[in-house]
Design a protein around this ligand. Structure first.
Ligand SMILES: Cc1ncc(COP(=O)(O)O)c(C=O)c1O
Length: 481
């Protein structure tokens, strides 16, 4: 096939949904140059042949960074990258969208750096992701923790009430921002509309970490995105559920935002690599185009239908239960949190993995999380249902309970020092038992879900021990003298 015919074919494919970075990369692929620049594998020629075979020669051929081949630049956004970000902003209902490498982690770090300085207060839920608290360590902001509801039967965090936010705002008149994780990892949704109205009343920006909810704008059966409910900025991990490649995310600045997008971009420029992967950027462009396309909308509708089917089948089981979408709080139907009578979540996870070759998103003390994805076929879900039915009827024993190990931290912290001061203080490392009663000097937040067990500046108590079974030693603040 000649290059012109190839080009025509490709052009036809893109007439329906525009994907500027994907198109530019295609052009670069079809019109190769003699390459004397990075990456040094030079379109794969210098790569290990086994790796090239594994990943595919085309993947290496298009592995390049911005600046070259008319692909535009990321900071400042130019060319196809700028165009792709603008299309994404439109699709998600934002004023401005930044493509992120290093995941939503980069977005959270940039938010903290752009909006807060040392000693400034941030109202934030305790079950936030560790990237938010890393951001506060960098900027020096002081978290004012708010505790969401706890659903003890399920061993998970729930929603954050607007009342909690209002009370906290009332008692602190110098807050730089309210920073909310929504939904929770397990899909529980908070009333962002009311929280946003409260933040507006107090003239404080609202940032919503919607890392797990980039699909919401593309299906009417899913909750409403915070961008439509008055948040000032929103982070989306497109790679988690939106179909882009690992590490690629988006940070959206809302219309009429209180936030200055230039400040955010300055922070992103400091944080981002200077060699952005065009493959990752193209995958963000492609994921947005896919979600907007008929095909993508169908795939998402199928994911929703699959989740409903799975839930209906679980309803028929005797010993397996799911966190129902109508249990009193709003949830994202595609995130199916299940538990089995007499089995810990970790034990159920290992049965699924070892006996049935099924890997789930995560497991914790009481249950485990199944994601009904845009890439799952109905037959995948049918297989899962078949296996769950087998487990429901079998008599598995729970070896994990004997270990007294806990995975979902739900403790109220006793704060003795500021996060940043403790992080940079002189430290010593002690065996775990001797660390009790001392002030923690490190971030202890296991992934998933990346929620803090202990943070720098917090008192270590016996209550932490069941969460620390994998730790022999802990870094604590050095005692003076
Ligand atoms: C609520 C939340 N925010 C942010 C992140 C960080 O996302 P990423 O993995 O895209 O860096 C995660 C990751 O699990 C998360 O759960």
């Amino acid at each position: 096939m000649t290059n012109v015919t190839k080009q025509n074919r490709i052009q036809k494919r893109f007439t329906k949904v525009k994907a500027p970075i994907v198109e530019a990369l295609q052009q670069a692929y079809l019109n190769p140059t003699y390459q004397f620049h990075i990456p040094g594998h030079t379109k794969g020629a210098g790569a290990l042949p086994e790796f090239k075979r594994l990943i595919g020669s085309r993947a290496l051929n298009i592995d390049t960074t911005d600046e070259f081949d008319n692909l535009g630049t990321l900071h400042p956004a130019t060319g196809p990258i700028k165009e792709a970000q603008e299309l994404a902003a439109k699709a998600f209902g934002a004023e401005k969208t930044f493509f992120l490498l290093n995941g939503s982690t980069a977005g959270n770090l940039a938010i903290a750096m752009a909006l807060t300085k040392k000693g400034q207060k941030v109202i934030i839920n305790r079950n936030c992701h560790r990237s938010a608290l890393t951001g506060m360590i960098i900027s020096g902001a002081d978290p004012i923790w708010v505790n969401p509801n706890q659903f003890e039967d399920w061993g998970i965090w729930g929603n954050i009430t607007p009342e909690t936010i209002e009370e906290t705002l009332k008692s602190h008149n110098d807050v730089s921002m309210v920073w909310i994780t929504n939904p929770t990892y397990e899909g529980v949704v908070s009333d962002i509309k009311s929280i946003s109205a409260i933040c507006k009343k107090y003239n404080v920006p609202l940032i919503v970490d919607e890392a797990h909810a980039c699909l919401w704008n593309f299906n009417e059966h899913l909750p409403t995105s915070a961008l439509k409910l008055g948040a000032d900025a929103v982070v989306h991990s497109l790679h988690k559920t939106g179909g882009s490649m690992s590490q690629s995310s988006m940070l959206h600045i809302a219309k009429n935002s209180l936030i200055n997008a230039d400040d955010v971009e300055k922070a992103l420029k400091l944080l981002h690599t200077t060699s952005p992967s065009m493959i990752l950027l193209a995958s963000l462009d492609a994921a947005r185009a896919n979600l907007e396309s008929q095909r993508g909308r169908k795939a998402l509708a199928r994911a929703v239908a699959n989740a409903k089917y799975l839930r209906k089948e679980i309803d028929k089981m005797e010993h397996i239960h799911h966190l129902r979408p109508d249990f009193g709080y709003k949830t994202d139907v595609t995130k199916v949190f299940i538990k089995a009578d007499g089995l810990s979540g970790k034990r159920l996870e290992s049965i699924l993995e070892i006996d049935f070759n099924i890997e789930v998103e995560s497991a914790s003390d009481n249950g485990l999380l199944i994601l009904s994805n845009i890439g799952n076929k109905r037959s995948d879900i049918e297989y899962l249902v078949k296996c769950l039915n087998k487990i429901d009827k079998a008599h598995y024993s729970d070896i994990y309970y004997l270990e007294n190990k806990k995975h979902m931290p739900m403790l109220t912290p006793q704060i003795k020092m500021s996060l940043r001061d403790a992080y940079y203080a002189e430290k010593e490392t002690l065996p775990k038992a001797q660390a009790i009663g001392r002030i923690c000097a490190e971030v202890i937040a296991e992934c998933p879900p990346g929620i803090a067990i202990l943070l720098p500046g917090e008192l270590i108590t016996e209550k932490h021990l069941p969460y620390l079974t994998d730790y022999e030693c802990i870094e604590v603040i050095k005692k003076e003298g």
